[in-house]
Each structure stands twice: as structure tokens, then as C-alpha cells.
Design a protein around this ligand. Sequence first.
Ligand code: NDP
Length: 490
Amino acid sequence: MAIAKKESQALAKQTFEYAPAPEAIDHVKIQPRYGLFIGGKMVAAHSKKHFPTINPATEKTLSEVVEADEVDVDRAVKAASKAFESWSQLPASRRARYLFRISRLLQERSRELAVVETMDGGKPIKESRDVDIPLSAAHFFYYAGWADKLEWAFPNRKPRPLGVAGQVIPWNFPLLMLAWKIAPALAAGNTVVLKPAETTPLSAMVFAEICMQAELPPGVVNIITGAGKTGSLLVSHPDVKKVAFTGSTEVGKLIQRSIAGSGKKLTLELGGKAANIVFEDAPLDQAVEGIVNGIYFNQGHVCCAGSRLLVQESIAEPLLEKLKRRLSTLRLGDPLDKNTDIGAINSRAQLEKIQGLVESGIEEGAELYQPECVIPERGFWFPPTLFTNVSQSYRIAREEIFGPVLSVLTFRTPNEAVEKANNTPYGLSAGVWTDKGSRILWMAERMRAGVVWANTFNRFDPTSPFGGYKESGFGREGGVHGLLPYLELN
Ligand code: NDP
């Protein structure tokens, strides 16, 4: 029985009404203007240029940050090179102590960090509070544990650090991506210069304060803000020995070209177009929760998002009915409200990209479903969206939308599911929903994806390596594998 629009509206009205539950923000001090974190302190920039960072839910300016120029980048890399001499010689257990200290401070300041992350990036507070910040602290804890065990991790290989790591991160998980990059680099004995994304620099600025609070030796971590130009100056600096980048495939390719032949080590964690595959024997209610978490978590600003739902034809109708019902219960609005499920889109540019791709889906002939929801007057918003009647050739089935938009396709046999799932230039993640363990293993063997989740989606753990195949990049972050890109082995 298909769910009619009228019925969906009635259902939406039946769902719980929640009183507003905004997270307090009075304990958070965002400075009106930040400098650069170089050599262990906040310094004024050579460039003298600043740009605003705004709250995408209100479009109000939160603060101003520096647009670092060539001289600033050079100062930061020089500070990191100098610090490398002593940091790499420090007994490993002392390095571990600093990492433990940082993780404890992240925990102590977690409420403040969650608010900053939500205000600067637009994600719901329940996600920054329950996912981003605890996982960031967990990464530092985890790699603190490895710092003095590198000889055990790579026996008889004499692991040695590389030098200065230049790290460029995106805006979807600002603090978490910072932790994924900085924790293994420091544990392995390297020093770092990190550039956060233009639209989400503030949690990195709080992290700079945490480095000072932890009395981390000057220059071990340096943070420079700016746009793409600053990032490209950093990765091409001759004294940077290792480049780690997370972001779009397009920029990843540019970086790979620009450092080719320089001898720099490179890891790229790029885009994705993951298939979330539901077989007819799957527990449907559980699968619906997994589908929702897979694509609407963080407004779909997730490189490993389950943006293509592949559902076995025999259960397509009941599954879609359940899914549409569930969508009508998602609450879109103030990201600082603890009951919000769908927050603000990170920037106007990203909103326009999502709108453009959704229009292309309609034009190409897909059928759009959006539940009733009230869009706030100010800020950047996009409702949870589902497309049926999608062909594999449509742009919405091929391109990374990076928004709350799901494309639904069907299959009849497991072989067809594998073929459709792998029919993408990307290869970051996949999900399989089935009652049969043997089918999970059969599918996992055939998926060209760095991570395959079984009867779950978007689960992260510092002990588990994450990374892609094909145009999703190369190299792994997390786990013992995540140390390798920061070490030279004999
Ligand atoms: P980018 O890849 O441009 O940004 C990622 C990071 O790289 C940012 O810090 C950015 O700086 C920096 N950067 C940009 N150009 C260069 C360069 N030439 N050299 C070095 N660093 C550079 O992503 P966008 O923010 O522009 O988003 C565009 C699209 O990319 C999104 O719509 C989404 O589809 C995809 N994306 C995918 C991500 C993923 O994890 N898979 C993450 C982010 C985006 P700045 O922010 O200042 O421009």
C-alpha cells in the first residue's frame, strides 16, 4: 500500500511535538578575531587579510580569521621543522603523555567544542556532542597508546618519523578530521602544519588553545587559516615531507599533480557515492534506521554517506513506505536544539550545489519525495529528499551530492546488486543489510569499497582503518594502518 501525500502530512502531525531544548551557549567564548597558531602561540599574520566565518543557520558572523599568505605558511613550516628536531628525539612515552593530555582536555572542553562546531558548521548539536567530539578525543587516546609501541606495530622495520606533515581538512567534520590527521602524525614523531576549511576554522582555533593548555612544545602543532590558495601553498612547500588531504576528488587530483616527483608522501581521502544494499531477508525497521543514518546524518555532508539505496525489488514497496513514514518524523531546524535531526547546510555554495543536482534529477525523470517541513527564514537549509525511478545514468546516481538526498535503485539478484554498487568511479564505503552471515561475507568480498558495513552504517572507531579505492583516494586513517603514512620503515 503506497503512502499518499495526504497521509504523510497526517502522520507528520501525529509525531511528537517537542518543546524547544536549545543547548546553552553562554559558556562559550568565541573571540571576534583570531590570529595564526605558529610556534606555540597565537601570532599576528603577515598577510593582514581577514575573512568572516559565519553561522550557516543564522548567516550571522561569528568571528574573523586570517587568510594566511606565503610568508605565513613559510613561518609555520619553519616552526614545525625546528620543533621536529627535538620532538622526534623525545622519548616516545613522553610524546604519548602529551597526546593523553590533549585527549583529556578535549573531553574537559567537550561541551564548548560541541557548541562551536555546531555554530560554525551547522550540524545538529546531538551529533557534535555525541559523535564528533567524543570520537576526536578517542582518536588522541588511541594514538597516545601507540606512540611508544611503534617497534611492536612494525617489528624489525625500524620505524622513523618523516618530518613536517602538511594537512588540509574539509568542513564536514572539522575537529574529527583534525584529530584523524594530527593524532597519528604526532604519535609517530612528526610535527604538523594544519589548514582547516574556510567555512569551519573555529574548532581548530579552540584546539590551538588546547595545545597551549597541554604545554605541547612550541611548533609541534601549527594551525594556519585561509582558503584553497593557503592550502596549495602549504602542500607545495618544499620542507613539507608528507601531505594528508581530505576533501573533493577534484582538489585531491590537483594536489597529486602538484606534488608529483617531489618525493613527498601523500594520502588522499576523497569523495564517495556509497551503495547501501538491502536484501529481502533484512530486518526492515532496522534497515530503515540505517538508511536514514546513512544519508541524513550531518545533512549528508559525509564522504562515506549511503547516498545510493539499492533495494531488492521484492521488498521495494514496503521498505519505501516505511522510509517515507520515517522521513516525515525528522525534525529540521535550529542545530543548537537537542531534538534537531537535520541542521543547516554548511554554506550557500554547498546549498546551491545540492539544489542544482536535485533539479537535474527532476529534469532527467526521477520522482522526488520530500516530507512536509518548515524551512527557517534565514540560513541555508535543504529538506530530507528521496528520489525513486532513478536510472544509473542520472547525475544524482553518479555524482557526489554531499547533501541530504537519497537516490533509490532496485535489483533482483545478488550479482546485479554487486554490479550496480561497483558501477561508480568511487570506492569509499558500502552497506549490506541481510539476515545471512554468508551473504554478508560474499558481498564484502566483491565490493570495491574501503569499508563495508554489515547491518549498520556510518560506524566509526579509532581502531578501525578508513579509506578508499579508485577515485575515493588512497592511504588509510585509523587503526595501526593509520600510522604507516607517517613513518618510514626499513
Ligand atoms: P575542497 O576539496 O575544495 O576543500 C577541502 C579542503 O581543501 C579545504 O580546506 C579547502 O580550503 C582546501 N583546498 C581547496 N583548494 C585547494 C588546493 N588547490 N590545494 C590545497 N588545498 C585546497 O571542497 P569544497 O569545500 O570546495 O567542497 C566542494 C565539494 O567537494 C563538495 O560539494 C563535496 O561534494 C566535496 N567534498 C567532499 C569531501 C569529502 O570528505 N569527500 C569534503 C568536502 C567537500 P577552503 O575550504 O578554504 O576552500
